[in-house]
Write a protein that binds this ligand. Structure first.
Ligand code: ADP
Length: 292
């Protein structure tokens, strides 16, 4: 099953153009949708999840016309929104059973138990949700999204606020799900995509700026990323002379990363490109400048 998004546009009543002719092809596996806050990710996720209407464009999921056959899409889709409310006094097992009942799931008891095992919540199934940690909450959210064996799973900014251990655990769970379904991970966290996704797109101000395999996009920058340790007061002058991609702190020292075909000036060293370089080069349209 493959998701095809074609020329999707959406302007909100306040005039914000949240989606601007978005076209994307999402094959099976883990797909990362990366972009800064306000880029349009949630708008796109909600539209695919049939929770809001675009102004124009089409979405196909396999044989389904997503914007027309909403009920059929909802039966085959799992959606973990950025924020969701839980009933704090209810146990994980009871609430999941309740949702399973609403969804008309057959073999409810077995299904609920199997899902709780899959997301590593079986041990805490009789605990009230109000006592869950952030990571447990997110895993419970995924458990609910997995009810009904969805072929498309959408997760919107799922790792924000998780501690490192919880985050790794959550990403591993997503990776396992991605082996059999289409999973779209929407995030502003570059590492999430780098660790998990075989395909990705970068979105900013409602536009898709790049669709690529992360490894290929990184490969295209190889030999073009240069680094130097800088003092904060040097930065403005360097920015005036070079295509500065980003500054990073490492062990308290600030280093600047510059994009260039050759060594920008003495003192810079060539470094291996990574997905964060791809992200900033794309957002700052450095590729466009290079082509022009
Ligand atoms: P992201 O998920 O990437 O942070 P969103 O899709 O939430 O981006 O938002 C994209 C843009 O649309 C932002 O400028 C946001 O302020 C605006 N926006 C989102 N939802 C609404 C809404 N219901 N009404 C008006 N503007 C909105």
């Amino acid at each position: 099953m493959r998701l095809e998004i074609d020329n999707l546009s959406k302007t909100y009543a306040n005039g914000v153009r949240a989606l601007d002719q978005v076209s994307l092809t999402v094959p099976p596996g883990m797909f990362g949708l990366l972009g800064p806050n306000g880029a349009g990710k949630s708008t796109l996720m909600r539209t695919i999840a049939t929770l809001q209407e675009p102004d124009s464009g089409h979405i196909r999921l396999g044989e389904l016309d997503v914007l027309r056959e909403k009920d059929a899409v909802r039966r085959t889709l799992g959606y973990l929104p950025q924020e969701f409310g839980l009933y704090p006094k209810v146990t994980a097992q009871r609430l999941l059973d309740h949702f399973a009942c609403l969804k008309g799931i057959a073999n409810r008891k077995e299904t609920v138990a199997a899902l709780l095992r899959q997301t590593n919540l079986y041990e805490v199934r009789n605990k009230r949700l109000g006592g869950f940690s952030g990571g447990m909450r997110q895993r419970f959210g995924i458990t609910v999204a997995l009810l009904g064996d969805p072929k498309l799973i959408i997760v919107d900014e799922p790792t924000a606020g998780l501690d490192p251990e919880e985050r790794v655990r959550f990403l591993n769970l997503l990776a396992a799900i991605g082996e059999t379904s289409v999973v779209i991970l929407s995030t502003h966290i570059v590492e999430d995509v780098a660790e998990l996704c075989s395909r990705m797109a970068i979105i900013d101000r409602g536009r898709i700026l790049l669709q690529a395999e992360p490894a290929v996009a990184i490969g295209e920058l190889e030999g073009r990323i240069w680094r130097r340790v800088v003092q904060p007061e040097e930065l403005a002058a360097l920015q005036a002379r070079h295509r500065v991609i980003s500054t990073r702190l490492l062990g308290g020292r600030r280093s600047v990363r510059v994009y260039g075909e050759s060594c920008p000036e003495p003192g810079f060293e060539a470094v291996a490109a990574d997905l964060e370089d791809v992200y900033f080069v794309t957002l700052h349209s450095l590729r466009g400048e290079k082509a022009a």
